[in-house]
Write a protein that binds this ligand. Structure first.
Ligand SMILES: *Cc1c(COP(=O)(O)O)cnc(C)c1O
Length: 420
């Protein structure tokens, strides 16, 4: 039986559950930090290498601040995400603003913060100029379309709504240069949850070659290439993580082969990973409240898809550990469900699990990215608290659970009284 391990002991977890009501998300500080250190070390050959954490993965300022202390920036794509970065003291070029279909006020805020603005479309050059003015540094998002195969979550680049075509991109550099923009970057993001290490090497190679073409055509020396995010994580116990060292070393080889001879050195490499930064280090902790046998067997948790909707949204696999029963035979086939009136509110379908009892603690793995973040209130469900397991072993609340009062906050019951 393939399994996944937890960064805390069962005793530690039972102790936490005795203090804090389930369900909740629990993040492992040590895991997050060690992983980021490893990423930074792997790319340390590149002067100016920087990771911008894709805030949407886990928009919690406590996590962002931990990352900031490691030199990690924020990759934002909305006004509230920009505001979160600001609250964490992440400003200026430590913010990458990679948005699409962008409202004017978001461009204004990004410009005000001095963020690196990454344009999604050629028409946004005009739009940005009119709404906020053009900054001195601009990046553009390239969509290679038929030139590159995509993957399951983002899909075929030709079908993806993001980015400039190659012709538009080149035209973009020409226009921006003529408008007095001085500093330039180039971005792409064409895969999500990709586990093939070579994919990222190929993406870097593609951008390096494009950087050379831009230099030759417009005499523009790019300041950075941003490879986007998309580093996958092994949700299934039999999967292997992306080999970060392999990626970094092979990107270095491509850099030496393409960038250095074209006199584009130093060219900074940026990443905007979200999933791999927090995903494996966040756990949804829940308790069994019901068992049900009809045409199938069901285990009912006190969590629901408002706490983690990836299984419902993508049919995603999330590994489950039943605390204390890791070594018991996993001979029961059941669906693990939440309480929403939606039949896709299932954390697992036909999963082999040990025999469980009411009150058993379920830990759902790899919930640290797009977990709490995708939470919603449909069906009157409230979002849970988030806790951080510190390196010291202490647990701190980094977001309280929502209450009914939060749910009703946008309603005015006084007006209702007079309403007929
Ligand atoms: C979602 C997203 C990311 C982060 O992707 P991960 O798969 O979480 O690494 C980075 N950049 C953009 C533009 C995104 O939309």
């Amino acid at each position: 039986m393939l399994s996944k391990t937890l960064p805390f002991s069962n005793e530690q977890l039972i102790n936490i559950v005795s203090k804090y009501p389930t369900p909740f998300h629990l993040y492992d500080e040590k895991g997050i930090k060690n992983n980021i250190d490893r990423l930074i070390r792997a790319f340390s050959w590149n002067q100016g290498f920087k990771e911008y954490f894709a805030v949407k993965a886990a928009p919690n300022p406590f996590l962002m601040k931990l990352l900031k202390a490691k030199g990690i920036g924020a990759d934002c794509s909305s006004l509230p995400e920009l505001m979160l970065a600001e609250k964490c003291g992440i400003t200026g070029e430590n913010i990458m603003f990679t948005s699409n279909n962008t409202p004017a006020n978001e461009f204004k805020k990004a410009k005000e913060l001095g963020a690196v603005i990454n344009l999604d479309d050629i028409t946004h050059i005009d739009f940005l100029e009119k709404t906020a003015g053009l900054p001195e540094l601009i990046c553009m998002r390239y969509n290679p379309g038929p030139l590159r195969a995509g993957n399951a979550i983002i899909g075929n680049p030709e079908e993806a709504k993001y980015g400039f075509t190659k012709e538009q991109l080149l035209e973009g550099y020409r226009i921006l240069k003529s408008k007095g923009v001085k500093r330039f970057g180039l971005h792409t993001m064409i895969a999500s949850n990709e586990l093939h290490s070579q994919y990222f090497v190929d993406t870097a190679t593609m951008l390096f070659e494009l950087a050379v073409e831009i230099k030759n055509k417009f005499d523009i020396s790019l300041e950075f290439v941003n490879l986007g995010g998309g580093f996958g994580i092994p949700y299934r116990p039999e999967q292997q993580p992306v080999d970060i060292e392999f990626v970094a070393q092979n990107v270095k080889a491509a850099y030496e082969k393409i960038v250095v001879p074209a006199s584009l050195h130093p060219l900074k490499i940026f990443l905007e990973c979200g999933r791999m930064v927090t995903g494996p280090y966040g756990f949804l902790v829940s308790k069994v409240i019901h068992g049900k046998k009809t045409y199938k067997s069901y285990i009912g948790l006190d969590a629901c898809m408002a706490n983690l909707m990836r299984p419902a949204l993508y049919g995603a696999y999330h590994h489950i550990t039943v605390v204390g029963k890791e070594n018991e035979p996993h001979d029961q086939v059941c669906d693990v469900v939440g309480s929403l009136c939606e039949n896709n509110d299932k954390f697992a379908i036909n999963r082999n699990l040990p025999k469980v009892a009411i009150g058993d603690i379920f830990v759902i793995h790899d919930a640290g990215a797009h977990g709490h973040a995708m939470g919603f209130n449909y069906n009157g469900k409230l979002r849970s608290a988030e806790y951080l397991l510190r390196e010291s072993g202490d647990v701190v609340e980094i977001r309280r659970a929502e209450t009914e009062k939060d749910y009703f906050a946008t309603l005015d019951f006084e007006t209702l009284k007079e309403f007929s």
